[in-house]
Design a protein around this ligand. Sequence first.
Ligand code: PXG
Ligand code: PLP
Length: 442
Amino acid sequence: MSTSSNVAPNDLSAFWMPFTANRQFKKSPRMFVAAKDMHYTTSDGRQVLDGTAGLWCVNAGHARPKIVEAIASQAAELDYAPAFQMGHPKAFELANRLVDLAPEGLDHVLFTNSGSESVDTALKVALAYHRAKGDGSRFRLIGRERGYHGVNFGGISVGGIVPNRKMFGTLLTGVDHLPHTHNLAKNAFSRGEPEHGADLADELERIVGLHDASTIAAVIVEPVAGSTGVLIPPPGYLQRLRDITKKHGILLIFDEVITGYGRLGTPFGADYFGVVPDIMITAKGLTNGVIPMGAVFVSKDIHDAFMTGPEHLIEFFHGYTYSGNPIASAAGLATLETYKEEGLLTRGAELAKVWEDGLHSLKGLPHVIDIRNIGLVGAIELKPIDGAPTKRAFAAFLKAYDQGLLIRTTGDIIALSPPLIVTESQIDQIITTLSGILKTLE
Ligand code: PXG
Ligand code: PLP
């Protein structure tokens, strides 16, 4: 394993990188060559503190022994088993462990390979569920402005990020969007849940009034919108969505790709907010980000609606070559073991106050127009440079990288989500480094 030598390949042209400014990156690449616990090693031999758990996924930290071992031994024992009409024990075992961990009532799991696939799986389950119940006129899907639900066609259709949508034609039809809840004028510098905006959930009643409930299959939201800059729901907002969906026979889908597996200091966002959806989408932290895998949880009622008709027939025409892949399943089991042994799914709650105080100590620094936090998630929103949005936050990202800290930026928002093994002194280091950077930003 190479950890110290400069291993950057000299031709970077073939790989068209995802969500990256390719030309800029390839002129001045940033490469990680190793990782352990809270740190990455760069190709020039520097240590970088992981302030983002990779891309919100490495919740137990890097290269955790149990997970490494599980992957290696599973690869040697059973590398692949056909996913359709065949099984292997670990996928069933993982599903059982997951439903034990999930909020009451979410009793069945469909496996996928990513958040995006989980989203499309969930939307298809929702549509097919209504049809299976003889309610096939419910075809509409309701998402939310500034929602991120991955990059597949279903996900971008219900998602609310304009650049992710505008190039791709008509998308799914029959989609409408709730307004987002971000309100700097009223809620800037809130600690935890912001006070104002629960009434925005009532927009769902307006949308239901417009289209009629009988045409609406499901509403999909992230409990906390992560990708668009950590948008935290006002108290009562999610409960109102739950009440309205229930009243009208509409399924509520929580996309917990980021909020799942301990990020908020509870196993799932549903636990944090005390609101249980009908379908819960997860990925990322399920396998500690190490092997691609997603899991879509559904209620017993949804599952059972499909389990009718002759038993020799396939009940749901959906699935992936790698659904419940043995190595991913082994990684998932070892990840859940690691979370359990180290209490990581609730560790965020213990650290939340220190995290919150640290973040809010940055208030008053130049260009900082909002600071938000919940569990072990944080965001610092900067005033954009006039005429050059995203440049200021990206400059902070580059400076942080040079100074040994990995942060994530989206627009002019700095997002933070360290692995759940972060120590208080590492939180200090994150805040001190950011403080220094914010003071020197143009
Ligand atoms: N839903 C949500 C809520 C997500 O946050 C996805 C779906 C898609 O998952 P996949 O595995 O297909 O990427 C996500 C992913 C960022 C960032 O920095 C966020 C995500 C992915 C990469 C970067 O905000 N979220
Ligand atoms: N494209 C082709 C030609 C295939 O044969 C398959 C699967 O058999 C797929 C796409 C779907 O791939 P996956 O199941 O990995 O999503």
